[in-house]
Design a protein around this ligand. Structure first.
Ligand code: ZN
Ligand code: ZN
Length: 263
């Protein structure tokens, strides 16, 4: 089951250069080829996004879900941005609930939000994440590994900091995304050149071990914007979760905590 899902996928509707040609139809076709049975579309919902793209997307997805019945099922969500320190979202949640199958949100933490020197950025990001987890309409938090926050803070996020918000996720039956390790590493080391590979892997492992230990509901996502990665020697992107799945198996993960919107 772990290798049959991808719940962080962008399509042409995200409007980015790297998504060129990554149509809904192509996503269905590739999913079938790769043996991916369940896909969650998470096109960006920024403050300036026109929500009508999700209406169009839904029309396309409904038709194709019918055509691929029993083989591939695609769910529509969005990667909704947090736009300020008060955890306001780029989307109006009432509208988002009408347009999307379920709500997922990303905290792309901005160190300027806290505004004060000497502020503990990790504590701040943890409390923002907790606030999001307490919002009843939000189901999934995308990529909460906090590697970006560790970079801004200049120190790693500790086990107890992860534990703080993961416990809230468990209590509120929320879903945390575990992103593909090779993608996270490539992005933060090779593209952004923020942290050495060993640091990224260390923090990532603390994060996923805590998820596994806590019994938190989780989902898996490649954050694909296309079939292959534009920055990583054309390595597979969509549906590629091999390093993460290998780690989860090593930790003896219980697949019953793998969340699906239909369970
Ligand atoms: Zn993101
Ligand atoms: Zn994304």
């Amino acid at each position: 089951m772990l290798n049959e899902v991808d719940f962080h996928v962008h399509s042409i509707y995200s409007g980015e250069e790297q998504c060129k040609g990554f149509t809904i139809e192509r996503i269905f076709r590739l999913a079938e080829e790769l043996g991916i049975r369940y896909v969650g579309l998470t096109d960006h919902w920024h403050a300036d996004t026109d929500p009508s793209i999700f209406v169009k997307e839904r029309r396309e997805v409904e038709k194709l879900n019918e055509a691929y019945r029993g083989r591939v099922k695609v769910f529509i969500s969005a990667e909704i941005d947090v736009i300020d320190h008060e955890c306001r979202l780029a989307a109006d949640l009432d509208l988002a609930k009408k347009l999307l199958g379920y709500i997922s949100v990303s905290l792309h933490y901005n160190p300027k939000w806290s505004g004060k020197a000497g502020y503990d950025l990790i504590e701040d990001a943890v409390s923002m994440t907790i606030r999001l987890l307490e919002e009843p309409d939000i189901t999934v938090i995308l990529h909460p590994h906090m590697i970006d926050v560790a970079y801004y803070a200049g120190k790693p996020v500790t086990r107890s900091a992860f534990r703080e918000f993961i416990e809230v996720a468990v209590d509120n039956k929320k879903v945390l995304e575990i992103p593909e390790l090779s993608m996270v590493r490539a992005y933060y080391c090779d593209v952004l050149k923020w942290l050495p590979s060993s640091e990224v892997k260390k923090q990532y492992e603390v994060f996923i071990r805590e998820i596994v230990r806590s019994g938190c509901l989780f989902t898996l996502g490649s954050d694909a914007h296309n079939e292959t990665r534009w920055f990583d020697n054309d390595r597979p992107w969509f549906g590629y979760l091999e390093e993460t799945i290998a780690l989860l198996r090593k930790y003896g993960v219980d697949e019953s905590n793998l969340w699906l919107p239909i369970r």
